[in-house]
Design a protein around this ligand. Structure first.
Ligand SMILES: [Zn+2]
Length: 233
């Protein structure tokens, strides 16, 4: 994929918590932002129910939301994200809110932004109830919007063996993020209260970078003309 093909294109990533965007697919967001794609990140919640409060703990239930919002803004700066939006849903309650309203809000966002690519969680492989719920609502909104391409994020290299999850190699897109691992590491560090407990994040840069994989993997959620190595057709 060269810059000409991505320049002026738009990517919308809809996730549940501050840090989902960086920890799971920060390399991909940084890569496309660097190639001229306008990247918008939506976080359903501010992650105020997270168990990590810094190390040693310096936050509490009252201060966590504001701290995580600031950290997310800093992480987005490192990744080159253009815009950040919150849906102002309480952490750990995404699955309990009115689904029709949620789908409607996300569809409205899509119509406003006109993304070429939408990223979200898979509704059963999301790994956390908030992830699955926001993924399910975003998928339903995308079906109504019905433009561009939808992809589901996957964790680490789990999609090296797609058949384990009911998919084939043809359903998987692999993005080479080697050139953007420094931005991804900076985003991890920006989410300080969450990443402070991850020792590797705070090792010397060259050592820390070795913990980040060269590829990020996505499951196709729509028919798309994109190649195996790009989310953009
Ligand atoms: Zn999350």
């Amino acid at each position: 994929m060269n810059t000409q093909q991505t320049m002026g294109r738009k990517l919308l990533a809809v996730f549940a918590h501050p840090d989902d965007e960086s920890f799971i697919c920060g390399g991909t967001l940084a890569k496309y932002a660097a190639e001229g794609v306008e990247v918008t990140v939506v976080s359903a919640t501010r992650g105020e129910m997270g168990r990590r409060m810094g190390n040693p703990p310096y936050l509490n239930r009252e201060t966590l939301a504001a701290a995580r919002e600031i950290e997310l803004r800093q992480a987005c700066d490192h990744l080159g994200v253009h815009e950040l939006k919150f849906l102002d849903i309480r952490d750990k309650t995404v699955e309990f809110i009115d689904e029709k309203l949620l789908i409607g809000r996300i569809e409205e966002l899509m119509r406003e932004l006109q993304p070429d690519v939408v990223l979200t969680f898979h509704e059963t492989l999301g790994g956390h109830p908030d992830h699955c719920a926001i993924g399910k609502a975003t998928t339903a909104a995308f079906r109504r919007y019905n433009q561009g391409a939808l992809y589901f994020v996957s964790f680490g290299d789990m999609m090296l063996q797609p058949d384990k999850y009911g998919y084939t190699a043809g359903d998987i897109a692999r993005v080479d993020v080697q050139e953007h691992l420094k931005a991804k590491l900076a985003a991890f560090r920006a989410h300080r209260c969450q990443s402070e407990l991850m020792e590797w994040v705070w090792q010397r840069d060259d050592k820390a970078l070795r913990n980040l994989g060269r590829y990020e993997y996505f499951i196709r959620g729509s028919q798309s003309k994109s190649g195996k190595d790009s989310l953009f057709g």
